[in-house]
Design a protein around this ligand. Structure first.
Ligand SMILES: NC(=O)c1ccc[n+]([C@@H]2O[C@H](COP(=O)([O-])OP(=O)(O)OC[C@H]3O[C@@H](n4cnc5c(N)ncnc54)[C@H](OP(=O)(O)O)[C@@H]3O)[C@@H](O)[C@H]2O)c1
Length: 314
């Protein structure tokens, strides 16, 4: 029952974090050995979904809050981590003058890609990378995009591709965390299946290796505090490729509702082509290797959201 064990482990860790406890941690050697007591870890976008989950994953690993530098545009939202001893600082990638002060004293950094903004994302990311390097940060892990591993360079991929180039050329040690599409993104589609009792199966579909944000955070935390990740690229994915059929089957298993599969076309409204696309059809064992536990399965994920799915069926 590896899934049940993993689920129990996740719940236990979350409980410890919520209680403000930290597991005993072993410090590495002095200097820039990841996880060493001298390291101070910057998390950008710390008040965002992935940022806060990464903070929780670091605390659950036993990293003291006092070693965390949480950079955000909304420091008030992170007051509870400031109370635990974290340094919570204002920083905005579109305001380069805010960044040197924000990153001061940090040695390792998780650069969380920002959403679309008035300033082109690669420029905003470059502002952050340059300020971090000027402040003496030795290693930057960047949350990139899975499509790059299958050669995507346009659309969503283009900003990430450019940012990866900037980071590689910055002179600092780097790690690319090429995150797949978040599993959270399937919830509306799953809820619709429950509500309608049916799913339209596109004529052409490539499965996606959806990954739970929590697993992205756990992988990022591992890269920040363990050695061996300099200048490496990791595909951060869930355990399996998921298309409409797999989603319908999991929704049915978790909710007990039967979902009728209807082929697209022949009078059935719905997409002829699924989301996905070949550049998203990637799975890897990176999450398991980095974190020591398998990534969350779709069924486990949907089971956590069961009430939400059933609520939408009323
Ligand atoms: N893999 C996927 O399926 C997927 C889907 C959507 C997005 N993404 C990418 O993954 C990133 C993280 O995901 P998420 O779920 O954590 O998104 P999120 O909750 O929207 O968090 C993104 C965070 O980026 C920070 N940010 C935005 N503009 C900024 C700026 N100008 N300067 C500094 N920080 C800025 C903000 O942090 P503060 O609020 O702390 O300032 C924001 O909360 C997203 O930003 C996006 O690039 C991936």
């Amino acid at each position: 029952m590896p899934n049940a064990t993993a689920s129990l482990a996740r719940r236990s860790v979350l409980a410890l974090v919520l209680l403000g406890w930290a597991l005993p941690f072993s410090s590495g050697a002095a200097g820039h050995t990841p996880g060493a007591r001298g390291d101070r870890i910057i998390i950008s976008g710390a008040a965002g979904h992935l940022g806060e989950l990464t903070v929780q994953a670091l605390l659950a690993r036993g990293i003291p809050a006092s070693r965390l530098i949480l950079v955000t545009r909304t420091p008030d939202r992170l007051a509870r981590y400031a109370k635990l001893g974290a340094s919570v600082r204002y920083g905005d990638f579109t305001k380069p003058e805010s960044l040197r002060k924000a990153f001061a004293g940090g040695t390792r950094m998780l650069l969380i890609s920002i959403g679309f903004s008035a300033v082109p994302r690669p420029v905003a990311h470059q502002n952050a990378i340059e300020a971090a390097v000027a402040d003496g940060v030795k290693h930057i892990a960047y949350t990139s995009y899975i499509g790059l591993s299958r050669g995507a360079r346009t659309g969503l991929a283009s900003d990430h591709y450019r940012t990866e180039q900037i980071l590689r050329e910055s002179g600092v040690a780097w790690t690319m965390l090429r995150n797949s599409i978040y599993m959270e993104e399937v919830i509306p589609q799953a809820a619709k299946m429950v509500a309608t009792g049916s799913a339209v199966v596109p004529a052409r579909e490539s499965g996606i290796g959806y990954v739970a944000r929590e697993d992205c955070a756990a992988a990022a935390a591992a890269v920040l505090v363990t050695p061996g990740h300099d200048d490496k690229v990791y595909d951060i994915t869930g355990p399996a490729l998921i298309g409409t059929r797999e989603l319908a089957s999991a929704v049915s298993a978790v909710t007990g509702k039967s979902i009728e599969l209807k082929p697209a076309g022949s009078g059935t409204p719905g997409p002829r082509r699924g989301l996905g696309g070949p550049t998203l059809s990637v799975t890897s064992d990176a999450v398991a290797k980095l974190t020591g536990r398998p990534p969350m399965s779709l069924r486990e994920f949907l089971a956590r959201h069961r009430a939400e799915l059933l609520g939408s069926a009323k």
